[in-house]
Write a protein that binds this ligand. Structure first.
Ligand code: 6R9
Length: 679
């Protein structure tokens, strides 16, 4: 059911329906970590030294000399000369300060089992596993791949790697065997930590089989460690060379592993993400800047306090889980929750029951989840006492005002501020959001850029646009959490993200997308392009409209259309494919595919199934096409470019604009007819 804006129909009082701005409650403001509005000015006046405030949240083995080194822009360096260890910052120092018995991770399995790791427990297990990894040969700077679902051994392995100075590369467990192989090969990784399986809606899934299949495509000889998640349910199959996680940890119990002092600019981890081309990008994050930035934003935006129970529902396989389940919260010494399963198992009140039982203070989730909760109805949260909540957050995609208001009323009881946080894998942490105790909230708009962040909305010539007009989002100064490069591909890093403005550019006013490094030495100023469209209002509030490149956002998950297209054209009988994102009530966007078959192949249900299976095999079930439409041709411009906008409009059921500039306008009606028929 949807209204004419395409948003799910929900009960909202007229009062809420009309209200456009919301103030944080006095009770929230009084207790907030950051509540002085002067913070914006302080950051601006003292930039870049203002970032010492973030660095001060950490313990350094060696003090840094320089806050920002910008001599080789856009290869910026932060806190240079400083040394620290991320695992020490997330564990040891809290134990030393007397928090040994405070819960660090509270985990809940899908079937209802729970595990609590105190900071003391977590440190012990991290040390034991770090000792085991070292015995297997892991040395500083070796990339260790972690292919695991939401089980405590995933953050434990991350912190064990960090302790040794070995960067981790986490591959989302829902990704396919092929995706694992591609990422391991790209990172030249010789170590894999995975598990036998996990539960989804009560069923045990065999994960090891998928990992084994992936390993067959890996060039290196790989040492594999397997966590036994399922006990007897699936045979805990180790294979020839695989090591058993429990045995390794038992053998190394009580081991003490000195945290390796890392240079602030040393890599903490790699995270692969989708871009415009088919090849995933290995985003490199560093130890000092990333950790300082995630700690600072957890403190200032999520208002995390050590005595809190904090819950972010993301999967650790994505950046949100790295920054705001693991590193930010643990650096601040709080209790971070992890839930293995789905929100509707065994019933649709699972999350609310968890909040009530654990007295959760802060809840951070995605708009796609909120739209599902709305659809299920307010009776599910109403069954539970959610009064422990103090603050709510969203991330991953734009949130429509109706969903925002439903969240505000039915989860936050009109008492909790909501932070709508815009950021990316590449930014490491939040960039545009209200500070919950300082700014008023405007549903649907993320808010102003954070203190110290100079984000603007510009037109194609790089000029700032007037309020209300749509343009490109840009970030005009560096920040500590930023990616440093794409792994072993500095050129692509510049090409994909940076545009230099020099006097020459200002004269000819050319700026259509980030361009190459040719005139790098002449650049006066480097500008970061996130590839998002946005508008800005008179108060400087940014509303993010979505991607302007060929990346689509399905339920907050980033997918490259090229990756999906190349999976489809691999199916025998397929000649050409175009993949676009179309509006979807719950997922935000869904995958729509237009397929041209070779002359001797026939459109059939069987062919459709093979295409869907190929996408699931190559990428994973999250990329599963919503619809596969067979068409004899794709709408093309006279110069031969596929008119993607048009395909998106067809998929979204939008009014179609002028098609007269097409080489083959008649094809549009034919495709549109198929969509209406549901064929
Ligand atoms: C953290 C994360 C990044 C893309 C980004 C943008 C979209 C994220 C948003 C948002 C509107 C928000 N996005 N947060 N759009 N409002 N609050 O999601 O990282 O997976 O790299 O995706 O997600 O389009 O460019 P990542």
């Amino acid at each position: 059911m949807s209204d004419d804006t395409g948003e799910p129909e929900v009960e909202l009082e007229a009062r809420l329906e009309e209200q456009e701005t919301f103030e944080p409650s006095d009770s929230f403001v009084e207790q907030a970590n950051v509540s002085d509005p002067d913070v914006y000015e302080e950051f601006e006046e003292n930039w870049p030294d203002c970032w010492e405030r973030a660095a001060d949240l950490l313990s350094w083995d060696e003090e840094y000399d320089t806050v920002l080194e910008d001599g080789d822009a856009p290869f910026y360096e932060w806190f240079t000369g400083g040394e620290l260890n991320a695992s020490y910052n997330c564990l040891d120092r809290h134990v030393e300060e007397g928090a040994k018995n405070r819960a660090a991770i509270k985990w809940e399995g899908e079937l209802g089992e729970t595990r609590t790791y105190t900071y003391g427990d977590l440190l012990n297990e991290v040390e034991a596993f770090a000792a085991a990894l070292r015995d297997l040969g892991v040395e500083e700077d070796d990339v260790v791949t972690l292919y695991m679902p939401m089980i405590p051994e995933l953050p434990i392995a991350m912190l064990a790697c960090a302790r040794l100075g070995a960067p981790h590369s986490v591959v989302f467990a829902g990704f396919s065997a092929d995706a694992l192989a591609t990422r391991m090969n790209s990172a030249d990784s010789e170590y894999l930590v995975t598990c036998d399986g996990y539960y989804r809606r009560g069923d045990a899934l065999n994960h090891k089989e998928k990992a084994d299949k992936g390993l067959r495509g890996v060039e290196n000889d790989v040492q594999t460690v397997v966590v036994d998640r399922l006990g007897d349910e699936l045979t805990h199959f180790l294979g020839n060379d695989a090591h058993d996680y429990d045995e390794l940890v038992a053998d190394h119990e009580g081991a003490s592993v000195e945290p390796v002092s890392r240079d602030a600019e040393d890599m903490l981890f790699l995270m692969y993400t989708s871009g415009t081309t088919g090849e995933p990008k290995g985003v490199k994050h560093t130890t000092g800047g990333y950790l300082a930035y995630t700690a600072w934003t957890s403190h200032a935006v999520l208002d995390v306090k050590p005595e809190d129970t904090y819950w972010c529902t993301a999967d650790i396989g994505w950046i949100t889980g790295h920054s705001y389940i693991v590193y930010g919260p643990l650096a601040l010494g709080t209790t971070t929750m992890m839930y293995e399963g789905t929100p509707d198992y065994p019933d649709k009140d699972r999350l609310w029951e968890l909040i009530e039982r654990n007295r959760v203070d802060t809840f951070y989730t995605a708009p796609t989840a909120i739209r599902s909760f709305m659809k299920w109805g307010s009776e599910y949260p109403e069954r539970h006492d959610l009064s422990s909540l103090r603050l709510l957050g969203t991330v991953g995609e734009p949130i429509n005002p109706r969903a925002w208001k439903w969240y505000y009323k039915h989860i936050g009881d009109e008492e909790c501020p909501i932070v709508d946080t815009w950021w990316q894998t590449e930014t490491g942490g939040m960039m545009i959001t209200t500070l919950p105790a300082i700014n008023e909230m405007k549903p649907g708009s993320a808010g102003p850029p954070l203190p110290g962040i100079d984000a603007r909305v510009v037109d194609a010539a790089g000029e700032e646009i007037s309020a209300g007009e749509a343009g490109y989002l840009t970030v005009n100064n560096p920040w500590p959490g930023m990616l440093r490069t794409l792994y072993q591909n500095d050129e692509r890093f510049i090409d994909e993200y940076w545009t230099e403005y020099s006097d020459a550019d200002a004269v000819n006013g050319q700026l259509t997308s980030p361009h190459s490094s040719e005139s790098r030495e002449d650049a006066d100023e480097w500008v970061y392009f996130p590839e998002d469209g946005a508008t800005v209002d008179d108060d400087g509030y940014v509303t993010v409209l979505g991607r302007v490149d060929d990346v689509i956002n399905v339920s907050g998950h980033r997918l490259g259309t090229m990756e999906i297209e190349s999976a489809i054209v691999g199916v025998p009988g397929v000649a050409e494919a175009a993949v676009v994102g179309g509006d979807h009530e719950i997922k935000g966007e869904a995958v729509y595919t237009y397929v041209i078959l070779e002359d001797d192949a026939e459109p059939s249900e069987d062919m459709r199934e093979r295409i869907v299976a190929a996408v699931e095999d190559d990428i994973g079930p999250i990329a599963r096409p919503e619809e596969v439409l067979f068409t004899p041709e794709l709408p093309k411009t006279r110069s031969g470019k596929i008119m993607r906008r048009l395909l998106e409009d067809i998929a979204s059921g939008n009014e179609l604009g002028d098609t007269s500039t097409l080489r083959n306008p008649e094809i549009v009606d034919e495709i549109a007819r198929q969509v209406d028929d549901g064929t």
